[in-house]
Design a protein. Sequence first.
Lengths: 250, 515
Amino acid sequence: MISLNNVGKTYDKVVALHPTSLTVEPGGTTVLIGPSGCGKSTVLRLMIGLIVPDSGAIEIDGTALEISNVIQIRQKIGYVIQDGGLFPHLTSEQNIVLMAKYLGWSQSDIALRLTVLTELVRIPVDNLTRYPHELSGGQRQRIGLMRALFLDPQILLLDEPLGALDPVTRSELQTELKYIFAKLGKTVVLVTHDMGEAAYFGSEIVLMRDGKIVQSGTLTDLWKTPSEPFVKDFINAQRSPLEQLTEVGK
Amino acid sequence: MKQNKVRPLGLLLCTVFLLIRCVPCLANPTLNVGSKRFTETHILGEILTQLAQTQGGVSAEHHAELGNTGIVFQALKSGEIDVYPEYTGTISQELLKDKSPVDMATMNAQLAPLGLSAGVPLGFNDTYALAMRKDQADKLGIKNISDLVQHQNLKFGLSPEFIGRADGWPGVRSAYGLTQAQPNGVDHGLAYEAIAQGQIDVMDIYSTDSKISKYNLLVLNDDKHFFPAYDAVLLYRSDLPQRFPAAWASFQRLQGTINAELMVKMNAAAELNHVEIPEVAKNFIATAILKEKPDTTLQAQQPNFLHQLFGGDFWILTVQHLELTFGSLIVSIIIGIPLGIWCARNTLAAHFILGLVGLVQTIPSLALLAFLIAIVNRIGFLPAAIALSLYALLPIVRNTYTGLLDIPKSLRESAQALGLPASARLIQIELPLAKRSILAGIKTSAVINVGTATIAALIGAGGYGERIVQGYTLDDHLIMLSGAIPAAGLALLVQWAFDGLETLMVPKALRQKPS
């Protein structure tokens, strides 16, 4: 479980996040969505301690996140960013096993975990010996996911993980990610600006604007009982190509 | 992972190398002879060295053309050298700051508290004098220094040492009431060319200079007898006769053996006829001291450039140059990379440190060397290597700093988010990502060091600069080139070596522009 209690963050007098409270229940997928600059990435970065809040408290699985324990807590969280965030000077495999090696895992444990994850994300074995720049965007994202999952964390945070991919690869990966989330039963928080993606993944959707949470709930909640007109506007703003076909049909 | 391992072997080798270099000074005592940066004392220093070796039976080393009077005197006081040729006028006026003319006994009484003595007059007086082109002097009717008062427009080009010395320009000016504008400082070796081309009209000379007749100059008469006598003597550490009795006995045989005419002849052999100085010295010992054979080799020799380039001391100078360049480079790397890391972590430190290492670059090399000699109280390798290390800091600190700052934020945060502590992030992620930039900084420093190391010769640290300085004082372009060409070649080699190293050490992905 992740909980934010009145957490706020301001940069040079610009408010990135007004004091906000949010609880992420274990086991499900929560999607943070909203227009650019709404503060959704800020929330995610606060959860993994990349940003220190000005006010309020953050708890990860019942432990208060503090400077003194941030390293330990990060090791219990998987974090995936756009384009994978892979280190260009290391091969895929070196990227994936970096932390396990640092923590002193045995060779056999590492090899075993690597096999399990290679099968889970369905990546050809030869990709492991390549450098990130030799891989496609989709492959890099799979490697990034393997790296995030390697220590078997209970929590997985994904910041626009599919944002840089072409539509076909993106859709393919959406399907696989949903399958993986369901299979592993992790607590997942995913940031996106795409309502379709949010609806596809999210058991819980948190809509944000201007550093505040506008409304949270299931897609049905948001659609049927919007807290303000913006909620409906935002959902409606997602244009489907099929719309155009009906226009032509008229 | 292989590429990321630190290679301690190279560091170890370099350390051992530097240690070995220092060990010989603990072995058999060596008699160290010094000389100043002009041909005459170079020849005299060489004569002393060869005498000590062949007649005194000791191991003797000549620290040729160590520097100007101040540096060589400092080296004698600190015991780096045991003896060097000096002039009585310089000892009394410049070193002892005694304005009144003094005799040897008074001088020695004043030198005694410093543990130094002067003695063994060699037999000639190399006084300072002023000279002009003969045709110009005749036209203007100038014969004496006092005649200069009537000619306000004459351009004075004087050696910097002469301008600064109490027994030089300030003294002459007030003694003769000269009112000409402040003279230009021109190096003694270059002033002859300058006066021949008419760029200057009056220069200071030593009365035994070989070029006076070659350039057809008139030595102006010192009609007010301002310049004191500059009798050539030996200035030595008072314990020298006890420590090296046989060598001292051989030095005493020099007394009165060199008259002004012979000194001019030897200067001319070296400067005009391109006879190598050790050869001039050897010839002198054979004919004047040992009375062995008639003087034949002081005739003009046709210099052979290839022989000059790769001859004799080439490999010694190469090793010295490499030691200076890479010894100081290793120190700069050990200091510079941590400083660069500190700068990248702390904005305040960055302002302060980058400002400071930048400031070091603006200190003229000669000033820095003189300052360091005073601090470490010795000449040669140590102060030269420290100076080079200081100059090499800026590119390394700056490139480490920018290399670390240029790492994309997403990668830095990815490393943080994984849960790596700061030290592991630095070693496993940040330094490898900044490696290309850091290596480029080290390359820049290495190439600059190869060039800057040539100035080390001015304080007796050797290297290719020795030939450049020698060629410069002898006004011999071939000798100068025989030092400048290997230095340029070495700079190219170092550049290529680092290019190769970059291909080996930096992964291909980082050699393209980082995304």
